[in-house]
Write a protein that binds this ligand. Structure first.
Ligand SMILES: NC(=O)c1ccc[n+]([C@@H]2O[C@H](COP(=O)([O-])OP(=O)(O)OC[C@H]3O[C@@H](n4cnc5c(N)ncnc54)[C@H](OP(=O)(O)O)[C@@H]3O)[C@@H](O)[C@H]2O)c1
Length: 358
């Protein structure tokens, strides 16, 4: 019998993506499940799959829009009414929204996103954590993001909500350190789910390189079980981005992320060196044009110059983004080469020792 048999994991956002993969891992390990979300039909189907594939004994589906006022309290009340003890809470449900904050994005959608990503996650944590502490037992996994630690133009509010989730979770890590209750933040890079389609960001450059949600969920699950404070899935490359986010100036990070969040070009991208050349060329031309003509020109011309300068800035941030990627790749390659060489030297050393001994 699995040691986790009989325990219950409550997962929000289990109907798709990372949440669904996490739910599968809990089911495989013998947990009973409470699946919370809006797509009741999908969650019911998932419950049937878990019961037949993994022999899950109890799956409770709670149909709830978690962006509604007091949604968390209602979920908690339903769980209590069913006499279910939640041993693990996974706050996965979350949405994004793409566009310029001032002119593109809709406030009602932003308000709903803040409610779901921040308010509901916080209240769910408060309600279930209190009971976990009373039992001195339990685990919580909160879905943050690599965007939690970088300013992200064109997804400014979403990144703000994830910065909150990360900061909030790390504060609780400290508050809980002398208890048997743990809390873990999961910080995935861009992952291959429906997230970007729903956010209206499906054609952005960041979607060129998506991670597998199965791998993301597994890394999150393992970190949760090991009671780690946080995990960045995806190996050294994503860890390098994390380190870069701590050391690089916020303005530079914002420029890099602006490049990553920009729309893919219709035609093939020029190579990096060409992009550098074009970016710098445009910046120089725009700079000269602005310096010479700006003072003695009409308002219309001034607006045109401002537009050109902004376009040049965007080209440069795209280029900067590619250069940062290249730097990270080079560091990762160098590390791996050194590791391989060290491995080979160690084997050689052992061979020499054996020869000397013989
Ligand atoms: N994909 C990425 O690149 C990425 C990267 C870093 C972090 N994350 C985070 O990972 C989490 C999961 O996202 P995902 O990538 O797996 O996207 P996804 O496939 O779109 O899953 C989002 C889940 O949240 C649920 N949800 C959305 N709005 C809801 C609401 N109002 N009430 C209840 N449930 C709601 C969805 O269910 P219904 O829509 O069926 O209700 C779905 O199950 C999110 O918190 C996201 O911010 C994603």
């Amino acid at each position: 019998m699995n040691s986790e048999t009989g325990k219950t994991a409550l997962i929000t956002g289990a109907s798709s993506g990372i949440g669904q993969e996490l739910a599968k891992l809990f089911a495989q390990d013998g947990y009973n499940l409470v699946l919370v979300g809006r797509s009741e039909e999908k969650l019911d189907r998932l419950a049937d799959v878990f019961k037949s594939n993994y022999g899950t004994e109890n799956v409770t589906v709670i149909n709830k829009n978690l962006a509604e006022e007091d949604a968390a309290q209602d979920v908690y009340n339903q769980v209590k009414a069913k006499n279910i003890t939640v041993n693990v809470l996974v706050n996965d449900a979350g949405v994004g929204l793409y566009g310029l904050f001032a002119t593109d994005t809709d406030w009602e959608r932003e308000k709903s996103m803040i409610h779901l990503n921040v308010l509901t996650l916080t209240q769910m944590t408060k309600l279930f954590l209190y009971d976990m502490l009373a039992r001195d037992e339990g685990k919580i996994l909160n879905l943050a993001s690599l965007l939690s630690i970088t300013p992200t133009p064109l997804m400014a509010v979403y990144a703000g909500t994830k910065a909150y989730v990360y900061n909030f979770t790390q504060s609780l890590v400290n508050e809980l350190k002398d208890t048997n209750v743990s809390i873990t933040a999961l910080l995935p890079n861009a992952t291959d789910t429906d997230f970007f389609n729903k956010a209206g960001a499906e054609n952005t450059k960041v979607t060129d390189e998506l991670q597998d949600p199965v791998m993301v969920a597994k890394d999150g699950y393992d970190a949760l079980m090991a009671r780690k404070s946080k995990v960045v899935p995806g190996g050294l490359k994503n860890k390098s981005y994390e380190v870069l986010s701590y050391v690089a100036p916020q303005e530079t990070l914002a420029a890099v992320m602006r490049g990553k969040m920009s729309q893919k070009p219709d035609e093939e991208e020029p190579t990096i060196s060409l992009a550098w050349g074009i970016g710098i060329g445009i910046a120089v031309i725009a700079g000269i044009a602005l310096t010479i003509g700006y003072k003695n020109t009409s308002d219309f011309q001034k607006a045109r110059y401002r537009y050109k300068a902004r376009s040049a800035g965007n080209s440069l941030s795209d280029t900067l983004s590619s250069v940062v990627d290249k730097v990270v790749e080079t560091v990762v390659d160098a590390y791996q080469n050194t590791k391989e060489k060290a491995g080979k030297l160690a084997v050689k050393g052992e061979e020499v020792e054996e020869e000397l001994a013989a």
